[in-house]
Ligand binder design. Structure first.
Ligand SMILES: NC(=O)c1ccc[n+]([C@@H]2O[C@H](COP(=O)([O-])OP(=O)(O)OC[C@H]3O[C@@H](n4cnc5c(N)ncnc54)[C@H](OP(=O)(O)O)[C@@H]3O)[C@@H](O)[C@H]2O)c1
Length: 301
């Protein structure tokens, strides 16, 4: 009996991929750094192995049919670098080849590009190239901005809108995003896993909107009274850095802000996602941002 392996089933996108696989009757194993949490909805439903990039990896992938790889780092900090994340991803693909994995679904990012000025997007392009070089059957799925209850970006904007009198949008806010739901992203990944042939597909939602419009939707959804104001990007970044000091987190990096302003979280393909963000925000706005979600606590502790 084969098993599908998902990195990060106790985290964000990986959890929804694991759930989609379980719904389709697949047996699921995860690679994760998380300690066992008996209260997690997937506790006891997925086998777990450590997410470590050493010789034990091939053993962790034994009997695997498809590997769904969500592993990546949001930004560089201390020993955690994009170059290292690329090397770890290479090690994962090499172990998959040794273990006889049939197919890899690799979660990348929209507009990944080896010539990108942004290390996140360049690093993702390097992982895509490493997968092509591996010779394994594969699908590369490139999400835009993934929204869902556990998402950090929207949660923390909502959190700020609930607490602060003013919210600063960097620049004119006219740059676009094309959010895709985490459920759609998981379905696109699992469909890609079940298919054959090497493909690269975007995971994008059905509507594009400006970042400014997105923030204003969040204002309405949360019942916020904050004034949305526009500020030069360096001012918005300085305020975010100050907030980060107070929250002991990295709220947003310069690269993330610049990539957002460059409009990279959109797709030129016909959208594969069907969930619209507007009704989702209307439905979930009352819970969104009730507490702050720290990237450092979640992923760098
Ligand atoms: N979220 C978005 O809006 C978005 C948009 C476009 C593309 N993506 C891509 O989609 C994939 C999943 O993203 P996600 O937001 O759902 O990520 P996530 O669940 O927070 O993490 C994905 C995986 O990476 C591991 N990981 C995360 N940060 C790490 C760190 N600092 N050091 C070591 N391991 C780390 C996690 O380990 P644990 O299992 O131990 O938690 C997990 O296995 C990523 O490849 C990301 O680049 C996400």
């Amino acid at each position: 009996m084969t098993v599908d392996v998902v990195t990060g089933a106790f985290s964000y996108t990986g959890r929804h991929i694991a759930e989609a696989l379980l719904e389709r009757g697949r047996e699921v194993r995860t690679l994760t750094r998380r300690p066992a949490d008996p209260t997690h909805p997937l506790a006891g439903r997925v086998d777990r192995r450590p997410l470590v990039f050493d010789d034990s990896l091939a053993e962790s992938l034994e009997r695997a049919d498809t590997l769904y790889n969500t592993f990546w780092v949001r930004f560089e900090r201390a020993d955690t670098t994009f170059a290292r994340a690329v090397e770890s991803t290479r090690a994962l693909f090499a172990a998959a080849a040794r273990a006889g994995v049939r197919r890899i679904v690799h979660v990348s990012v929209s507009n990944a590009d080896a010539r990108s000025p942004f290390p996140y997007f360049r690093g993702k392009a390097e992982t895509e190239e490493a997968l092509r070089e591996s010779g394994l059957s594969h699908a590369i799925v490139r999400p835009t901005l993934v929204f869902g209850p556990e998402d950090i970006l929207l949660t923390n904007i909502a959190w700020a809108l609930r607490r602060l009198p003013v919210f600063l949008v960097a620049g004119d806010g006219g740059y676009e995003v094309q959010p895709v739901s985490v459920g759609d992203t998981a379905r696109i990944c699992v469909d890609a896993g079940a298919a054959d042939g090497d493909v690269v597909v975007d995971a994008a939602g059905p509507e594009r909107l400006t970042f400014d419009a997105l923030v204003r939707l969040l204002v309405r959804a949360t019942g916020s009274r904050a004034r949305v104001m526009h500020a030069p990007p360096r001012v918005a970044l300085a305020v975010a850095r100050l907030a980060g000091l107070l929250l002991r987190d990295v709220v947003v990096t310069r690269e993330e802000l610049d990539a957002l302003r460059a409009g990279l979280l959109v797709s030129d393909e016909p959208p594969r996602g069907t969930d619209r963000i507007r009704p989702w925000l209307e439905e979930h706005g009352s819970e969104l941002g009730r507490s702050y979600t720290s990237e450092l606590a979640r992923n760098f502790a």
